[in-house]
Write a protein that binds this ligand. Structure first.
Ligand code: PEP
Length: 252
C-alpha cells in the first residue's frame, strides 16, 4: 500500500507578512491527517520562514527547483546542499512552467533529479503533455520520453528515491482537470514502464496527479488505483482548500 502525498506548489506566490497564517493553518491541519503526508513547495526566499513555522510539525517542505550542479559559478542557481541547509525534503524538477519558460530539456531535468537524490532530497519529477501533443495522440510517447530520461540517468534503483508527478500541461492553472479515466490511464502506463525495469520499484513508486486539483474533484481523483496523491498549485494557497484535498485523500 502506497502512502498518499499532497504537495502544495506555491509557485511565485506568498509574502513574508502573509505566509505565517497559511503555514500555521497547514501545520495545524497536518496534525489531524494521520494517513496522508503533506508538503509545501515554497519560493526560495521563504524557506527559512517556512522551516521556522513547520519544524516539528508533520508537514514537510521543499523548493520548486534545484540546480544540477553542486556549487560554483552558476549565477542564480541553488544547490541541493543549500536546500538541505534549510531542512528541505523535496525539490520539484521539470515543472512544465520551467520547461516552457526556461527551455529546460529532458536531459537537464534528469540531471537535476540526480543532483537532488545524491544531495539527499526527494525530487518530485514532473512529466506531462501539451494539449497539442494530446490531440495528436502523443500523450504516452511524450511522458515516456520524459520519464525515460530520468530512468536512464538515475537507474531504476535510485528511481525509488523519487516521486513522479503527472501534470498534463493543459490542466495546469486552467481549471480544467484531466478526467479520472485520462489520469488513471497515464498513471498506470507510467507505473508499468518503471515496473518493467524493476517491479518492486514500479509498484512502490508514488505518482502524484497535478492539474487543477481542488476539493471538488480530489476525492474522485485520489480514489484511483494508480494515483498516490496530488501536486496542487492554486488550491494550495488557501489552507482550507489544501487541507480539504488532504482530507479527501485520506478518505479515498
Ligand atoms: C502546478 O502548479 O503544479 C499545478 C498543478 O497547478 P494548478 O493546481 O493550479 O493547476
Amino acid at each position: 500500500m502506497r502512502n498518499k502525498l499532497i504537495a502544495g506548489n506555491w509557485k511565485m506566490h506568498g509574502s513574508l507578512v502573509g505566509n505565517p497564517a497559511l503555514l500555521q493553518s497547514v501545520a495545524a491541519g497536518a496534525a489531524t491527517l494521520a494517513t496522508v503526508s503533506l508538503a509545501v513547495l515554497v519560493p526560495f526566499p521563504y524557506l527559512a520562514q517556512t522551516r521556522s513555522h513547520l519544524e516539528g510539525s508533520s508537514c514537510a517542505w521543499g523548493a520548486q527547483d534545484v540546480s544540477d550542479q553542486p556549487g560554483g559559478a552558476f549565477t542564480g542557481e541553488v544547490s541541493a546542499a543549500m536546500l538541505q541547509d534549510f531542512g528541505c525534503r523535496y525539490a520539484v524538477v521539470g515543472h512544465s512552467e520551467r520547461r516552457a519558460r526556461h527551455g529546460e530539456q529532458d536531459g537537464l531535468v534528469a540531471a537535476k533529479a540526480l543532483a537532488a537524490v545524491e544531495g539527499g532530497l526527494t525530487p518530485i519529477v514532473c512529466v506531462g503533455e501539451t494539449l497539442e501533443e494530446r490531440e495528436a495522440g502523443n500523450t504516452l510517447p511524450v511522458v515516456f520520453r520524459q520519464l525515460d530520461a530520468v530512468l536512464d540517468t538515475l537507474g531504476v534503483r535510485r528511481m525509488a528515491r523519487t516521486v513522479l508527478a503527472y501534470e498534463p500541461v493543459w490542466a495546469i492553472g486552467t481549471g480544467r482537470s484531466a478526467t479520472p479515466a485520462q489520469a488513471q490511464e497515464v498513471h498506470a502506463a507510467l507505473r508499468q514502464r518503471v515496473s518493467a525495469a524493476d517491479w518492486v520499484v514500479g509498484s512502490g513508486l508514488q505518482i502524484l496527479y497535478g492539474g487543477s486539483v481542488k476539493p471538488a474533484n480530489a476525492l474522485e481523483l485520489m480514489g484511483l488505483p494508480d494515483i498516490d496523491g496530488a501536486l496542487v498549485g492554486g488550491a494550495s494557497l488557501a489552507a482550507d482548500d489544501f487541507l480539504d484535498i488532504g482530507r479527501a485523500a485520506a478518505r479515498a
